[in-house]
Unconditional design. Structure first.
Length: 254
């Protein structure tokens, strides 16, 4: 039983074959799909996905850092309102992205801190997006650290030192397609990290694992990621699936 802890199944990239693609993933043993939020414009699509597959879809709520724009306060108010009205399994994906726009750093930090505090209020994990922003993210986590701060460092692509730092803030590492890339680097040290700190993800439709790199990703490809992780740790894919699924259950309280 595999768990995809991060997949954007509501994405327009799946509009032509969403149902078939989800069935492919189920057939390959992916039994749970955790769905991160981006902004208010995707909420209805997320809710429709949950309604269509109520037994396997688990929704998060949050404002993605690349959606932190001039109207970010309205977006954060939407997040807060949704949390009041219904349940979610996490606040995500939230964080800081300095790849696309460095000019919004201050409001990205503000939004990140606000949503971390919402997570603490509702006793939920956070799911962190970090791109070109490890120092900025760690600065916020250092400020907010505590027993009530926990979650997943989504799409982890940092160094061994950064991995241990993230784990020190009660974060699991979300490992996806990058682990299969020749230049991904995390494959060089991942097996030095106890598997109890790892969860698996696809980030579909993005970051397809080899041999599909550069093409649309889908949740069924999680088995390729599990295979690579099993090779690195020299254990069976079944063991990888069992341990990482248990880790996900512990984080998301499923």
């Amino acid at each position: 039983m595999l768990t995809d802890t991060h997949t954007h199944l509501y994405s327009e990239a799946f509009d032509d074959d969403r149902a078939v693609m989800i069935q492919r993933a189920l057939a390959k043993g992916v039994s749970r799909f955790f769905i991160p939020a981006i902004d208010a414009s995707y909420a209805n699509a997320m809710y429709a996905l949950e309604a269509a597959y109520p037994d396997v879809m688990y929704l998060m709520m949050g404002l993605h850092p690349t959606s932190v724009k001039e109207n970010y306060k309205e977006e954060l108010a939407f997040v807060a309102k949704q949390l009041e009205e219904r349940s979610f399994v996490a606040i995500g994906e939230i964080g800081i992205d300095l790849y696309w726009d460095t000019s919004t750093l201050a409001i990205q930090q503000e939004a990140f801190i606000y949503q971390i505090r919402l997570a603490k209020k509702y006793k939920l994990p956070i799911v962190i997006h970090c791109r070109d922003a490890f120092d900025a993210v760690f600065e916020v986590l250092e400020q907010e650290k505590g027993d009530d701060l926990f979650g997943v460092f989504h799409c982890f692509t940092g160094t061994l030192e950064q991995a241990n730092q993230a784990i020190g803030y009660n974060m699991k590492l979300g490992i996806g397609g990058v682990v299969t890339f020749k230049n991904g680097k995390i494959d060089q040290f991942l097996n030095q990290i106890d598997l109890k700190h790892i969860v698996l993800e696809t980030d579909a439709p993005y970051l397809s694992p080899v041999p599909h790199r550069g093409k649309r990703n889908e949740s069924g490809y999680l088995s390729l990621i599990a295979n690579k992780v099993s090779t690195l740790y020299q254990i069976s894919e079944a063991q990888v699936a069992e341990i990482t699924t248990a880790n996900a259950e512990a984080i998301f309280k499923i």
